[in-house]
Design a binder for this molecule. Structure first.
Ligand code: FES
Ligand code: FES
Length: 904
């Protein structure tokens, strides 16, 4: 045995042959060391060797012998946070917190001196954060405090720190994979190397002969039930077109065979040893080609499609569009397209399933919707839902990628077959790129007609959405694409046709912005193009036509919807962005004639939540010590919902947020919630919490009045007590009095999402573009958000920062490249990049001063929509700078150069 000094403690252990330091440390249950890539690209695994930071996934474990190894768990001393932990605490320099350990190990090291602090783009090049947009991390490094004190009665609108802050920053927070269990088995899958193939035969014998392999499952072994991986309240909105394991591969990366073994290495070896005889089938990748007669068919008659590969069509018309174009003085028509990108939540998908001492099945998972997962697992396995428990621990990001059941079913199936032994399946980064879902690639043709004064007379939108091999979220993202972006403008004549098409590509899925991002890009570019045609100011054109209270909020459908104005802040947002861009920020374009400069902006509208049913429940208990416990099914994955709902409850009950403890996202211990997606956290789970807290307040006051014999009107809550007349009774005493008469001080309420309020976001960009190299530099980035009253302004700003940063990634950098056989050729973070610090401009964030009358305590949704106006604002600024419309994402230098060269 060799000795390892880890955080000052000696461990006697022997690394496995070829083992890297990251997995070695985690085998020793040092779980503060995270994995984002296992390739040296993300920095989540950063540790110190003799005080110097290293990516531990790149360091052979044996090199740690005889050296002082420090992980995030070793930063604090004697219970005192290290100064960098304190700085991250005060600035709240994290959201999901998954990157925080690595960030701190990089920035707390001695080599991170002032010189490095002055060059953060370089100094932080090895650490990626997908959530924050890096601003709060800069704040931490510059010693800025973003938090406010948690004061009883003042929870609403206060920037109260995340309740899990210390656990996250000291490495004690437990994410999905941060657990060691006796007898743990490991699951790995063989993924299809072909875009379309039938499995003629599967030879498992060599795999089963590998020492440590305990089972190999293929399509013949698992339940043959069609389902959809998408998580929604109503499962009928997604097509049942997927089998747990299938005998037909429909995209490169589809899981085909699962191998379960005593170790990950044995499971991987088992995967390599499985032999499949494939019958290669013709494949189709382009959705237009896939609709042609004679195109290879993705699904057979088991799956209902509209016709062939056409999964569904959504269409509608209001008014008379032909007439509207006739009445127009100018008509603009153009095609815009958006790219397929991946969520890249830093924590990959993963689940652990096992049989508990209660003889029930337990699934610990990284999910945005554990209750919806439970329903699907019960359906797939045929086991009653009451015998299955699904729960999350801390989840390292989601962005819609975890609104999908992709990692839970196989471990559950395996543990059921293997006597209840725990079965763990942790995905690699490559699997995320090729086997998880992506944003739907959409091509949108927009036709707009307007009078000379800018009044829109007609809008027509045609969308083709490539849903890939499976239709999860296909129809819902299309419905979203055809809704808010079109409804954002008042126009009597609107028409749209959208088609969702199966192809042999990686399936699309839910992704922040959810379909609306794609058509917002198209329509907001088209609005600028129309303004140019009419020689009008593009912001004025938007102001003139944007929907207002009193208007019908309608897209292309005649049926009345439930979206309505609980507040209206779009004018203020447009004013803010226009004012700030005019004012400037003093950043000049680089010198030289080859640099062109331009500005642009775009707006986005969001109906707060999906049109289909969405519900959430909350329960509040008064505890014997006079504090409260809140249980709510909503999921926390860096979206800040656990902080927000505690604040909502605390503000109604007049206590500190820390006086409300929370259990969430656990199908045994918290009440039902559809799932945390589609911007529903604050407006549905928050609403459930709001009305439950009001019910608790009423329950306490009613009881206090009866108990004291003092009129109910004379009773009120006062922090940890209730005041009745001139008596002040501590809540713990009241609880005691209640116990004597069997009064339990426990209430529960449910919230449904209707009506839905309307939120807006506006993005402004000033940029410089180099006409020879195609390089783009963002000089000024401004964002204004109409999100109602922010429950926690710091957190809201963080969500907006993160969404805007993701928008820049989508516009400028992120690009999944596939070859002609459908193989992704850049399935590594270093080749399919997401914004690093150096790629992320600082964005000035502003809030419109609105208080919503529909959302809880005046709040509206805010996590999603901020991404939507970014790419069109960049395109509009590029058009302003160069005179060329860049209509296809992403705007990479080679594409810019080609377009500029073509212009010449
Ligand atoms: S896990 Fe080591 S750098 Fe990403
Ligand atoms: S907080 Fe950085 S990745 Fe989530």
């Amino acid at each position: 045995m060799s000795n390892y000094d880890i955080n000052g403690r000696l461990y006697s252990a022997e690394p496995k042959p070829g083992q890297c330091l990251r997995t070695f440390l985690r085998d020793l249950e040092v779980f503060g060391v995270k994995k984002g890539c296992d390739a040296g690209d993300c920095g989540a695994c950063t540790v110190w060797l003799d005080g110097k930071p290293f990516h531990s996934c790149l360091v052979p474990a044996f090199r740690g012998e005889g050296r002082k190894i420090t992980t995030v768990e070793g930063l604090s001393k004697n219970g005192e946070l290290h100064p960098i932990q304190k700085a991250f605490h005060d600035a709240q320099a994290f959201q999901c917190g998954y990157c925080a350990a690595g960030m701190m190990m990089t920035t707390a090291s001695e080599s991170f001196d002032d010189h490095r602090k002055d060059d953060l783009p370089h100094a932080l090049k090895g650490n990626i954060c997908r959530c924050t947009g890096y601003r709060s991390i800069v704040d931490a490094l510059h010693g800025k405090t973003n938090i406010e004190e948690d004061v009883a009665g003042n929870a609403l609108g206060a920037s109260i720190p995340n309740p899990h802050t210390d656990a996250i920053l000291t490495g004690q927070a437990r994410y999905t994979m941060d657990i060691a269990m006796p007898n743990m088995l490991h699951l790995k899958v063989l993924r299809s190397p072909h875009a379309h193939a039938r499995l003629k035969s599967i030879d498992k014998s060599k795999a089963l002969a590998i020492p440590g392999v305990v089972a190999v499952y293929s399509w013949e072994d698992v339940p043959r039930r069609l389902y959809s991986t998408a998580l929604h309240e109503d499962h009928l909105v997604d097509p049942d077109d997927t089998y747990m394991l299938d005998n037909v591969a429909r995209f490169v990366g589809q899981r085909l065979v699962a191998v379960v073994a005593e170790t990950e290495a044995a499971a991987e070896a088992g995967v390599r040893a499985v032999q499949i005889d494939y019958e290669i089938l013709p494949a189709v990748f382009d959705p237009v080609a896939a609709m042609e007669p004679g195109a290879p068919l993705l699904h057979d008659k088991d799956v209902v499609t509209q016709s062939g590969n056409l999964f569904c069509t959504l269409q509608g018309e209001i008014g008379d569009v032909a007439r509207g174009f006739k009445d127009a003085d100018a008509v603009h028509e153009h095609t815009y397209s958006t790219s397929r990108v991946q969520h890249v939540h830093l924590e990959t998908h993963g689940s652990i399933a096992y049989k508990g001492e209660d003889n029930r099945w337990h699934v610990r998972t990284s999910s945005q919707g554990p209750f919806a997962v439970l329903k699907k697992l019960a359906y797939l396995t045929g086991v009653p839902a009451r015998e299955i428990h699904v729960f999350t621990e801390r989840v390292g990001g989601g962005f819609g990628g975890k609104q999908e059941m992709v990692s839970e079913d196989l471990p559950l199936f395996a543990t059921m077959k293997l006597g209840g032994r725990p079965v763990k399946w942790e995905w690699t980064r490559e699997e995320e790129f090729i086997g998880a879902t992506t944003r739907h690639q959409m091509t949108t043709r927009v036709k707009l007609g307007a009078r000379k004064d800018g009044t829109l007379t007609a809008m027509e939108v045609h969308v083709v959405s490539n849903t890939g091999a499976y239709g999860n979220h296909g129809s819902e993202t299309l419905a979203a694409a055809m809704a808010s972006p079109i409804a954002a403008y008042r126009c009597d004549n609107k028409k749209g046709i959208g088609r969702v098409v199966y192809t042999n590509m990686t399936p699309g899925g839910g992704f922040r912005g959810y379909g609306a991002s794609q058509t917002t890009f198209a329509i907001e570019c088209a609005m600028d193009d129309l303004a140019r045609l009419l020689e009008l100011d593009p912001v004025e054109l938007r102001r003139k036509n944007v929907v207002r209270p009193g208007d019908n909020v309608e897209s292309i459908w005649q049926e009345p919807g439930d979206a309505s104005f609980g507040s209206h802040g779009i004018d203020e947002c447009l004013d803010i962005v226009e004012r700030e861009l005019k004012k400037g920020n003093g950043v000049a374009k680089p010198a030289g004639e080859d640099w062109l400069e331009g500005s642009g902006s775009a707006l986005a509208m969001l109906e707060c939540g999906p049109p289909t049913e969405h519900r959430s429940s909350a329960e509040i208990k008064l505890l014997p010590d006079g504090t409260y416990h809140l249980a709510c099914g909503t999921s926390e994955f860096g979206n800040g919902i656990s902080t927000a709902i505690k604040q909502i409850a605390a503000s109604i009950l007049g206590v500190r947020s820390s006086d409300v403890s929370l259990t969430n996202a656990d199908t045994d211990r918290s009440p039902y919630d559809t799932g945390t997606f589609a911007s529903t956290g604050t407006v549905v789970a928050g609403k459930a919490t709001h009305i439950t807290a009001e019910a608790m307040r009423d329950d306490i006051l009613d009881f206090a009045a009866r108990h004291t014999g003092i009129d109910r009107d004379q009773c009120r809550l006062d922090n940890d007590a209730v005041i009745c007349g001139d008596r002040r009774i501590l809540l713990k005493e009241l609880h005691h009095a209640g116990a004597k008469v069997n009064h339990r001080f426990t209430v529960g309420r449910r919230a449904y999402l209707s009506p839905r309020s309307i939120a807006f976001n506006v993005q402004g960009v000033r940029l410089a573009v180099h006409k020879v190299t195609g390089e783009i530099r963002i000089l000024h980035s401004v964002h204004a958000a109409d999100i109602g009253r922010p429950i926690n302004p710091m957190q809201c700003r963080g969500q907006l920062d993160g969404a805007v940063s993701m928008g820049y990634g989508w516009a400028l950098i992120e690009n999944m490249v596939h070859d002609e056989g459908g193989h992704m050729v850049n399935a590594q973070l270093r080749n399919c990049r997401v914004p690093a610090f150096a790629d992320t401009p600082h964005t000035d964030i502003f809030f419109a001063n609105t208080v919503d009358t529909i959302g809880p305590l005046g709040a509206k949704s805010q996590g999603e929509c901020a991404i939507n106006p970014v790419a069109p604002a960049v395109s509009n600024a590029l058009a302003n700078a160069t005179g060329v419309r860049y209509a296809h994402l992403p705007f990479t230098p080679d594409r810019l150069f080609a377009a500029l060269a073509a212009r010449k």
